[in-house]
Design a protein around this ligand. Structure first.
Ligand SMILES: [Zn+2]
Length: 431
């Protein structure tokens, strides 16, 4: 029997409302005991005094690029990046090549990630075939194969009738649709947030309505058919308001915030670097405040990374026309969130970690994200006070398109355990 005792840490397990100093005993990959002064017996003892012991982070929005784009990322590099960041479960978006809209790709993602990955990977199925927005995928078959939810992320389902039908079908099997809200004709040729900064720089802007119109539409559709919709990467204040009012009406709508939006605004776009180019675009300071307020008042339940690797060459293309939209985030996410939400005093550690553990797991009906007895021993040890500088060149991810590069953050994952096995310690991958 493999036994490990995590000794003397501050256990923060939001899903079970635990926040106290305790030992955690792990046996054969499961959490078996949590309490004071547990007898270690034969166990390997890891002294975590002064550190936080939390459920491994669950990221319900990342792009691992396999199959199809190994130059950007694959299951090995992507899960190593995850382990560095304290993530133990990733839900991979289906915009691969081929798209995860069939059983073969679903099984490929599950089996290959298990073989070469070092954290858990579960797939999203696409909402529409080829993410083309024309025809729904076979939801029932995809769930049977192992898809845990559905998304066309990267592409909006522009056809409202089809989106309505998707909500009805997902409801019938108790699954969630995670939606990329963007009205493409409104986005047009826009590159950054439409506002004072875009006008100053003379760059075509993306009006906030590009996102908010679709957020509003999807909330209305979810209300009418009693479906459930999760809004990916909420970017603007108006969307936060729409989600808040939808929830107040009892509609099953949730939203997620991407950490980068907590410390980056359209003011950062003045350098016109590819590593800040993202959809939805970084908004104004007011948008940023609204996102933080949404996290504080519970309107936004989930923090996800939208880790979206693009190669250096891709990101070096012409900023205004050719450089793709998307940024990496697995390795810096926790540091950004702790710095902006916890150390700033905006939100408690437990409420913050809930948005990266138990809340996303509950949303997608995953048996993850807590340290309950009998649960998989997916655990992160956090040094809350470690100040560290992000160096994208040292990332495990294959790509470098990180807006945090060079910034100092406070708080870091120092050990990641997956199924009882330590996979990362002090920034080193151990397997
Ligand atoms: Zn998206």
């Amino acid at each position: 029997m493999a036994k490990t005792l995590l000794k003397g840490g501050r256990v923060v397990d939001p899903g079970n409302a635990i926040d106290r100093v305790a030992d955690v005993l792990v046996v054969d990959g499961k959490v078996v005991q949590l309490g004071q002064a547990i007898d270690p017996g034969e166990a390997d003892v890891i002294d975590v005094t002064g550190k936080v012991v939390a459920p491994g982070l669950v990221d319900i929005h990342c792009h691992l690029r396999d199959p199809g784009f190994p130059e950007r990322e694959d299951f090995q590099s992507g899960t190593r990046a995850a382990a560095r960041g304290g993530f133990t479960t990733l839900i991979a978006m289906p915009n691969t090549s081929p798209v995860c809209d069939n059983i073969i790709v679903t099984e490929y993602v599950l089996s290959k990630s298990k073989r070469v990955g070092i954290v858990n990977v579960l797939p999203y199925g696409a909402i529409t075939m080829g993410q083309q927005g024309q025809e729904l995928t076979p939801f029932v078959d995809l769930v049977a194969a192992g898809c845990v939810a559905f998304s066309d992320d990267g592409q909006p389902v522009m056809n409202s009738g089809l989106m309505r039908q998707a909500l009805i079908q997902a409801k019938a099997i108790n699954k969630v649709l995670a939606v990329h809200c963007e009205d493409k004709p409104i986005t047009g040729e826009g590159v950054i947030n439409d506002g004072e900064v875009s006008r100053r720089l003379g760059i075509k802007g993306i009006p906030y309505t590009s996102e908010a119109v679709m957020v509003g539409r999807d909330i209305l559709l979810a209300e009418e058919v009693s479906g459930q919709v999760h809004i990916c990467h909420v970017g603007c204040a108006r969307s936060v308001e729409l989600i808040r009012s939808g929830r107040q009406r009892g509609i099953a709508v949730s939203g997620e915030v991407i950490p980068h939006y907590l410390n980056t605004t359209d003011e950062n776009m003045v350098t016109m670097e590819g590593r800040f180019k993202i959809k939805p675009p970084f908004g104004s300071k007011c948008d940023q405040e609204a996102l933080k307020q949404g996290l504080v008042d519970g309107t936004i339940e989930v923090i996800a990374t939208d880790h979206a690797p693009y190669t250096v060459a891709e990101k070096k293309r012409d900023f205004l026309r050719e450089a793709p939209f998307g940024l990496i985030g697995l390795e810096a996410a926790l540091g950004v969130v702790l710095t902006e939400m916890v150390h700033s005093g905006l939100l408690s550690l437990s409420d913050t970690l809930a948005k990266m553990t138990s809340n996303p797991a509950r949303l997608l009906r995953l048996n993850k994200g807590t340290l309950g007895i009998g649960q998989d021993a997916d655990i992160v040890i956090i040094d809350l006070d470690q100040e560290w500088q992000v160096k994208a060149s040292e990332n495990e991810s294959r790509c470098r398109n990180c807006p945090q590069d060079g910034r100092w953050l406070k708080g870091k994952a120092v050990l990641t355990m997956v199924g009882g096995r330590v996979v990362m310690k002090d920034d080193k991958i151990l397997i």
